[in-house]
Design a protein around this ligand. Sequence first.
Ligand code: F6P
Length: 347
Amino acid sequence: MRHDGFMKIGILTSGGDCPGLNAVIRGIVLKGTQVYDKEFVGFRDGWRGVVEGDAMPLTRKDIQGISKQGGTILGTSRTNPFEGTDGADTVRENMERLGVDSLIAIGGEGTLAAAKRLTDAGIKIVGVPKTVDNDLSATDYTFGFDTATQIATDAMDRLRTTGDSHGRCMVAEVMGRHVGWIALHSGMAAGAHAILIPEQKTSMAQIVEWVTSARDRGRAPLVVVAEGFTLDTMDDAHSERGLDAFGRPRLGGIGDMLAPEIEALTGLETRSTTLGHIQRGGTPSAYDRVLATRYGLAAVDAVIHGRWGRMVSLQGTEITNVAFEDALGKLNTVPQSRYDEAAILFG
Ligand code: F6P
């Protein structure tokens, strides 16, 4: 039975990709077609597909078996729908032409900020939070974070065996532009001797103390550093790769910067490994598939109930939804208590 209208629902995935995006798409289309008898189109490459009217049909057949696949079958980009276009007017015209009356936007802060502006202009949008860094407030967790943390933990387990063999200090750099959740969790899981996160400026002297303390106990020290970490002598995060499409510095390289300093100050041979995009690639964990699927199911419910301008969100074990404005502008940072808890294990 059709619950309302014959218009289609558009889906887009936008911003950096994240394991679990396909499971969200599958959850939306499965419930939307089977329970609500709706039709779907997928916009290619995030907002680019919306502003250029580049879309593909999304039937039940198109989403078969995709929840275990990494990446996104729709493609993604960091296109800003308000740059170089008439913004809401362009989006509205393309939606009308394609018979789409509402959108489900799966993305992080940039995507949801654009979604809020479009919603304010009268376009019907429901959001699904996506960030591998787990930096969005108003949701307890986002899919992709668990997978990235597991990948980072596996990598550190490997770094530890080679570090032990050579008696070296190993530095592992993980993602985390503004927040250190991946570093905190993977570092704790792998038994790191120091975890360096953006929320906690730290001195080189303190890092050296942790490294030498581990070395003096006969351990090969493991230092985990989030890409957005700054020493107490630095004003900004280390960046030597230019700017991204939003004009933000592209991070990466802090591990390579710290390793020779650690070696010089401790006399301990030190190697650095940057995990980079490996953390965002490949098969999502079971946890991320389940969370992403539940987000997808809840997002299509929100569309059917006209919850425009709201984002689905995990609160404890329940999926609920929150207004875009409550989800934006405030980062989900690592609280002092969580850092202090982990710091007991350092050195
Ligand atoms: O926002 C998620 C993230 O993975 C950050 O941790 C990282 O700084 C950035 O994306 C990398 O972006 P890109 O894939 O555009 O290089």
